[in-house]
Design a protein around this ligand. Structure first.
Ligand SMILES: O=P(O)(O)OC[C@H]1O[C@](O)(COP(=O)(O)O)[C@@H](O)[C@@H]1O
Ligand SMILES: [Mg+2]
Ligand SMILES: [Mg+2]
Length: 333
């Protein structure tokens, strides 16, 4: 079985990109060890620090962020990093070629209950002469990503990666290597499984209520088939299920804070996951347009997300087609 490095070299990936991806995986291995030891290492629980999103940081949010930051800023090809857990980006080598944007630990609310979490990353290329300690240097559309991926820390640690030529899956072995286990993952085009936090139902816009209402009616409603529901509350784990066996994952706009376009973050959640999903034959949308086409305005910008099986996303879009001028559409475009 090929290691990640062997696979990337055999696909003619640029040497610096290979080294960078290997360094991200080295970081993920360190994070996996901390997660495995959990309570034994005293790393569970919260801190009293609030991040720029207004969320209380877990001890492991900070540890994972520090591991990635330390390992990446050490590399010559890294011009800067931006993270969910950093107010502002941090500049690296001013001659570096790549910017790395990441969610060091996704699904933080699951850490203390020993449920799957993950690391999400997006790699961009520096545009000419930019100050990489400034957020503007990172504000590129999702379509400009050079690579994106995540590591899911579940029963096994799994990497799903794209460099723009399909999505490939690797599993962390006993020897400490990420070994190739599946090339060109494909999301089935149709599905009977959905993932959404139903407790927010009363806050959704009418089109989302209508769409999910019809899923719940199953074979007795207009969809004429039954749907199953899953919600892990770690985007990484929910998206991994979609990549593996199909489905639709949604964190739509809601009116709890009408000025926020959604809960999830564009640069280190929406964009990398959308790149992976599109590369695996699925679709990713705000309900009004492709996530990968959004011109970002802020590094911690939020976005409404619906991604997964092609036919299901197209159906969801039809429910929203009559409401293109509403608030949610305006907030995202
Ligand atoms: O608590 P909720 O509303 O179920 O939200 C869960 C969502 O929030 C997130 O945990 C946000 O990510 P972070 O843990 O990185 O802040 C997603 O992974 C997940 O899909
Ligand atoms: Mg997250
Ligand atoms: Mg996070």
């Amino acid at each position: 079985m090929k290691t990640l490095g062997q696979f990337l070299i055999s696909h003619d990936e640029e040497k610096d990109l290979v080294l960078l991806l290997e360094r991200i995986m080295l970081s993920c291995k360190e994070i996996a060890v901390q997660l495995r030891e959990g309570a034994l290492a005293g790393v569970l629980g919260s801190t009293d620090i609030t991040n720029v999103q207004g969320e209380t940081q877990k001890k492991l949010d900070i540890i994972a962020n520090e591991v990635l930051k330390r390992n990446l800023l050490d590399l010559e090809m890294v011009a800067g990093i931006a993270s969910e857990e950093e107010d502002l980006p941090v500049a690296g080598n001013h001659k570096g070629r790549y910017l790395v944007v990441f969610d060091p630990l996704d699904g933080s609310s699951n850490i203390d209950v020993n449920v799957s979490v993950g690391t999400i990353f997006s790699i961009l290329e520096v545009q000419s002469n930019q100050d990489c300690s400034h957020p503007d240097a990172y504000l590129q559309r999702g379509r400009q990503q050079v690579a994106a991926g995540y590591v899911l820390y579940g029963p096994s640690a799994t990497l799903c990666l794209t460099t723009g030529d399909g999505v490939h899956q690797f599993t962390l072995s006993d020897t400490g290597d990420f070994l190739l286990c599946q090339e060109h993952m494909q999301i089935p085009t149709s599905t009977q499984e959905f993932a959404i936090n139903m407790s927010n139902q009363r806050f959704w816009e009418p089109e989302t209520q209508h769409y999910v209402g019809d899923l719940l009616k199953g074979a007795d409603g207009s969809r004429e088939k039954n749907f199953n529901m899953r919600w892990i509350a770690s985007m990484v784990a929910d998206v991994h299920r979609v990549l593996t066996r199909g489905g639709i994952f949604m964190y739509p706009w809601d009116n709890r804070d009408p000025n926020k376009p959604g809960k999830l973050r564009l640069m280190y959640e929406g964009n990398p996951m959308s790149f992976l999903v599109e590369q695996a034959g699925g679709l990713s949308t705000t309900c009004y347009g492709d996530i990968l086409d959004i011109e970002p305005k802020h590094i911690h910008q939020r976005v409404s997300v619906a991604l997964g099986s092609k036919e299901e996303i197209n159906t969801l879009m039809e429910y929203h087609a009559s409401a293109r001028d509403n608030t949610a559409a305006k907030l995202n475009t």
